[in-house]
Design a protein around this ligand. Structure first.
Ligand code: DP6
Length: 345
């Protein structure tokens, strides 16, 4: 007996950043993200009863072996088998692919681990021959995804998702993300995200190592407090539609994240000269035209340019006239707010 499950799950861009963790992959502060639409990972999981002498897991990335990731997945799957008892009885074949290029400044661990968590939860349902209530299923998938990669907990939901306990959101939790249930102002309902590829070379310091440097960071407490305040304000902004306030908070979060890297011990810098030139041009354009446009950064040099759909045309022109020369091979990826994971099979 063999069965196959396929899920596609998006990457997400954090607006309030998760940076610093404690215990078993629990965040030191709440974070808020927007799920993307075009940047997705697709996971195909085939399971059959375990047979002696056969491997419990084989993994292919875009049709090719990737032993390092296979090992990471194998450890992850072992670590969640208490939650998903079916994993002790079945062997798995997993293959995955991304719609976006590797090292594109798009968090592939978020989309990958959430797609995998969804596949594993669907497998448990199929074996138990019992569907979980939808909210419970998503909560469970988010919790499992979190154990694979913190930011993946938020990719289980579309639009805007909150991960981490916070004031005013009684359902929020450190263990799983929840969808933002407020009424999103039209300005933020179809937010565009153009990902500007400044540099695609592999990162010098992984996010996981970066989180660790927050343990003894001299600004840690102030940072976690700043994030808590930014969360409360930004959720209000999403409902009220004030793009200036949005810009202020989101850019403050992005630059604080990189400030923390530069002030950690050891310190490191992921921004590139062209990142700073692009930021300068974005700010000048905004000041000159008064057009709503804001940037954010992941743990890397590439820029996510966020703006309302209504201003797409003029901003695309600005990118072509003033930013494209700063980009690696002139590359950028057009994305925007998405509605969350999809089960394909
Ligand atoms: C800067 O979720 O990649 O993107 O939990 O160690 O897998 P691990 O880290 P990860 O960290 C993401 C950091 C960030 C901010 C964010 O997405 O909130």
């Amino acid at each position: 007996m063999k069965n196959t499950i396929i899920w596609e799950s998006p990457s997400n861009i954090a607006l309030v950043k998760y940076w610093g963790k404690m215990g078993v992959q629990l965040p030191c502060n709440p974070s808020l993200s927007m799920s993307l639409s075009a940047s997705v990972s697709r996971f195909e999981l085939t399971y059959s009863p375990k047979k002696p002498g056969e491997k419990d897991l084989t993994y292919l990335f875009e049709g090719k072996e990737n032993k390092a990731f296979e090992e990471k997945l194998s450890k992850f799957i072992d670590s969640v088998s208490n939650d998903l008892p079916c994993l002790t009885k079945y062997q798995l074949k997993i293959s995955s692919s991304n719609t976006f290029p590797h090292s594109a400044g798009i968090a592939s661990s978020a989309s990958a681990m959430s797609a995998l968590a969804l596949c594993l939860c669907s497998m448990q349902e199929a074996i138990d021959e019992m569907e979980m209530p939808r909210d419970f299923f998503l909560q469970k998938a988010s919790r499992i995804a979190r154990l694979g990669s913190g930011s993946a907990s938020r990719s289980v939901f579309g639009q805007y998702a909150i991960w981490g306990e916070m004031e005013g959101q009684t359902e929020s939790s450190n263990y799983f993300a929840i969808p933002f249930k407020g009424t999103i102002h039209p300005t933020f309902q179809d937010l565009q995200d153009t990902i500007l590829m400044i540099d695609s070379s592999p990162k010098k310091v992984s996010s996981t190592a970066g989180h660790e440097l927050m343990v003894d960071h001299p600004y840690a407490d102030a940072r976690f407090q700043q994030a808590r305040l930014n969360m409360v304000e930004l959720l209000d902004v999403l409902e009220q539609g004030d793009f200036d306030k949005f810009t202020h908070i989101v850019e403050n979060e992005a630059l604080s994240l990189h400030g923390l890297m530069m002030s950690s011990n050891p310190s490191y810098t992921l921004l590139k000269p062209n990142t700073l030139i692009a930021i300068e041009r974005i700010k000048n354009f905004r000041e000159k035209t008064q057009i709503p446009l804001c940037f954010t950064l992941d743990a890397g040099p590439n820029i996510h340019l966020l703006y309302p759909k209504a201003d797409e045309f003029i901003i695309q022109n600005f990118i072509k006239q003033e930013l494209i020369e700063l980009l690696e091979e002139g590359k950028y990826i057009q994305d925007g707010m998405g509605n969350g994971p999809k089960r394909i099979k």
